[in-house]
Design a protein around this ligand. Sequence first.
Ligand code: PHE
Length: 385
Amino acid sequence: MTDGAPRNTRRDFLAGSAAALAATALPGCRKHRDAITLGLYAALTGNMADFGIASRNGVRLAAEEINAAGGVLGKPLHIAIEDTRGDSSEAASAVIRLIHLEGAVGILGEVASSLSLAGGRICQRYRIPMVSPSSTNPAVTALGDCVFRVCFIDPFQGDVMARFARNSLHFSRVAIFKEQGSAYSVGLAAAFKEAFTRVGGTIVTEQAYRSGDTHFSAQLGTILAQNPEGIFCPGYYTEAALIAREARGQGFRGRFMGGDGWSSPSLVQNDDDKLVGDFYSVGFAPDGATSGVARHFADAFQAKYGYAPNDLAALAYDATLAMVAAIRRAGSAVPERIRAELAQTRNLDGATGLISLNEHRDAVKSAVILEVHENSANYHSTVNP
Ligand code: PHE
């Protein structure tokens, strides 16, 4: 957890600026006085922008449906949105703005675990409940009793992909290529390694890159020299696509495997076939959706935006439903009351299935493995916890 953890100086600075904002901004500058405001912080620009856009669309669809049905506790639901630009100090200040300038009584976000760690610390400090739709690193909800998630966690996801590599693809030699400094990537790499070794496989080498890198030939040279059958690449879509292209150029003919961080239309929208036949795990696939809410969501999303939703959109929709259901059960928009009710979330009927939060404030859910085709990633199989 190297990035995402603001150093003391930055933390003090943020605390100071939050106090200043609170003193000047509340409650007079709160913009939507007659509404109940939730804040969404997400990367709407930068190299994780696909994450934020999908999440925002999922949250907006939920809010629109809730408002069409009469709102929450007799008030309209307002979603205030702040761009994190994929940066952890931006994420922290985005959350401060949402709480102190917008008057958000609950926070939705972030996608990337390192950013949820930064924003979650702020929520925990001000005791504002936060629901991350999609951050899978265990440390996120371990921040404290104000931080929840509606997705599975990486020890499970790593186990799913390790067993798939071993039992379905029959691999015994796999290399890991992870993003140094990403809580998500480092944690998922460790989970995969532990599980793949446990089922009798060998990790032939473990290499690392940094966010924003565009050339990987040195590490790929080391990886290909080991002649692995597969490369597990637990990073985000931008780098994963570049890595795959470069590895194919260097002659790699094995399979790539990844986790939910690959989830983006950009992964498959290029005209080359670098990842065709490769696999990654996610929490939801619209073409595997069977339950009532899942189908309703997939159809409503397609109708509103003109394209099929991915896991991020579905999880963001569900995070909104979970927060609103907690407000309704509490009969109050007081953050502490919402927090207490969120902890009681059981069998919430969401787009990604029935959601129950355990004592760690995590959802226990199935994973879906997707296979990459020419211009899309399609449902391959479901793995239950
Ligand atoms: N699980 C990733 C993380 O924790 C975020 C992510 C989830 C990205 C789902 C894409 C899809 O950083």
